[in-house]
Design a protein around this ligand. Structure first.
Ligand code: ARG
Length: 457
């Protein structure tokens, strides 16, 4: 049986439980393609600067080609005796091509190797997530456009507040997901730096060319300090923090979809393909998919806290604690990818129910603020207007009526400034139309926002 890469110094084999505890191959094997990519760039650089003979490089390239194929086909002989993805691949390379495989690790350590792998992986995940976010944002624009003039109640404290348009409400989520995309792009800049060359911690005595490796692997530059290069996981925290905010946005949206699809609201209908039934209650149509989107927030927040805690108190430079960065990162990227993809799909199958939104808007005196503004335009100070309208609302509540249903004489009794033009401002249509400034809820303002967004997307 092949000895471990590091067993020379030891008097006894690794304890069985310690071996399982120490091994990461079960989860880090998903980095295989990036590990191979990084190793090939490293080997080519070694050959370029004359550290590795050309014949060895050819062997390494051939062996890695074979390994990539085995990994892809699922025939690669992964074993926890070889600890992690790096040692599994290196040992297999040596099995396949002999001494050249043993020369690959010259001027390199697993510490800078794993930091490189995880950055390559995260960069590709960020790019994939950015694509999914873009699709989602496009769907939001489509839905907002279709419902740019659809009236609904806007809420504060979950109480009817003022009329808004459904398109405007959807565009609020567009803004959130646009900031999320910007945060990912910003995080990517710090992810995209090459640690390789830092070796274990102190750099290396070989005449390496880090810049050329960075270039080959598509990094924007190299990590400046070798100690920092192998121990920095700030970029992982940044990604998880961006992911946590994304999940917060998803969760808020999911919560509204759950509420709105409840028959008591009935503002929207979710497509059947995203709902499930009950094994006992035959009538049920449950919003399981948005509920899970909301629930997944827990694991993503948990991953952020795990990562923050992992880096806390680690002395420089590399410590094995950092092996714990992988599962939270993997789980978060996978979760976000599913959640964002499903949310985009869900939007495609979402039907607004304008009749139900209007019915909800007819209760709650949603245009009371418009009445106050009307009085202000007639010369009353706003605080006085607020008081006048509040008294009118109290009267309406007493009579069991809505504000616009009060007779003109009754409204006049609260202020002589009320004229018969008052009813025009009490309609939800008039209310939203008057908010036509940039960022307002008027259909014209929403359409302008959508047009600007389409240009930027
Ligand atoms: N599996 C390790 C990790 O994920 C690779 C680096 C191991 N380095 C070491 N000195 N033990 O971080």
């Amino acid at each position: 049986k092949a000895a471990k890469a590091w067993s020379g110094r030891f008097n006894e084999p690794l304890d069985r439980l310690a071996q399982r505890f120490n091994a990461s191959v079960d989860f880090d094997k998903r980095l295989a393609a990036f590990d191979i990519e990084g190793s090939l760039a490293h080997a080519r650089m070694l050959a370029r600067v004359g550290i590795l003979p050309a014949a060895d490089l050819a062997d390494i390239e051939r062996g890695m080609g074979q390994i990539a194929k085995e990994v892809h086909d699922g025939t690669f002989p992964w074993t926890i005796e070889r600890e992690d993805v790096h040692l599994n691949i290196e040992a297999r390379l040596t099995d396949l091509v002999g001494d050249a495989g043993k020369r690959l690790h010259t001027a390199r350590s697993r510490n800078d190797q794993v930091a490189t792998d995880i950055r390559l992986w995260l960069r590709s995940e960020i790019d994939a997530l950015t694509g999914v976010l873009k699709t989602l944002r496009g769907r939001l624009l489509d839905s907002a456009e279709a419902d740019a003039s659809t009236l609904m109640p806007g809420f504060t404290h979950l109480q009817v507040a003022q009329p808004v348009t459904f398109g405007h409400h959807l565009m609020a989520y567009y803004e959130m997901f646009t900031r999320d995309a910007a945060r990912l792009a910003d995080c990517r800049k710090r992810v995209n730096r090459l640690p390789l060359g830092a070796s274990a911690l102190a750099g290396t005595s070989y005449p390496i060319d880090r810049e050329s490796v960075a270039k080959e692997l598509g990094f924007d530059g190299v990590c400046e300090n070798s100690l920092d290069a192998v121990s920095d996981r700030d970029f992982a925290v940044e990604f998880l923090a961006a992911a946590a905010l994304m999940q917060a946005h998803v969760s808020r949206f999911a919560e509204e979809l759950i509420l709105w699809s409840n028959p008591r609201f009935g503002f929207v209908e979710l497509a059947d393909r995203f709902c499930t039934g009950s094994s006992i209650m035959p009538q049920k149509k449950n919003p399981d998919v948005p509920e899970l989107m909301r629930g997944k927030t827990g694991r993503v927040y948990g991953s952020l806290f795990a990562m923050l805690t992992i880096i806390k108190g680690q002395p420089l430079a590399y410590n094995k604690d950092n092996q714990e960065d992988k599962e939270p990162l993997f789980d978060t990227a996978d979760t976000l990818r599913d959640v964002l993809t499903l949310l985009a799909e869900l939007l495609g199958g979402l039907k607004a129910r304008p009749d139900r939104m209007m019915a909800a808007l007819a209760e709650g005196h949603a245009t009371a603020t418009d009445l106050a503004d009307y009085l202000v335009r007639k010369g009353l100070p706003f605080r006085d207007a607020h008081e006048v309208v509040a008294r009118a609302v109290r009267e309406a509540v007493k009579l069991g009526k809505e504000l616009p249903a009060l007779p003109l004489a009754t409204l006049k009794s609260f202020s002589p400034l009320v004229g018969d033009d008052v009813f025009a401002v009490l309609t939800p249509e008039g209310s939203v139309a008057s908010r036509s400034h940039i960022g307002g809820t008027a259909p014209s303002a929403v359409k302008a926002a959508i047009a600007r967004a389409r240009k930027a997307l």
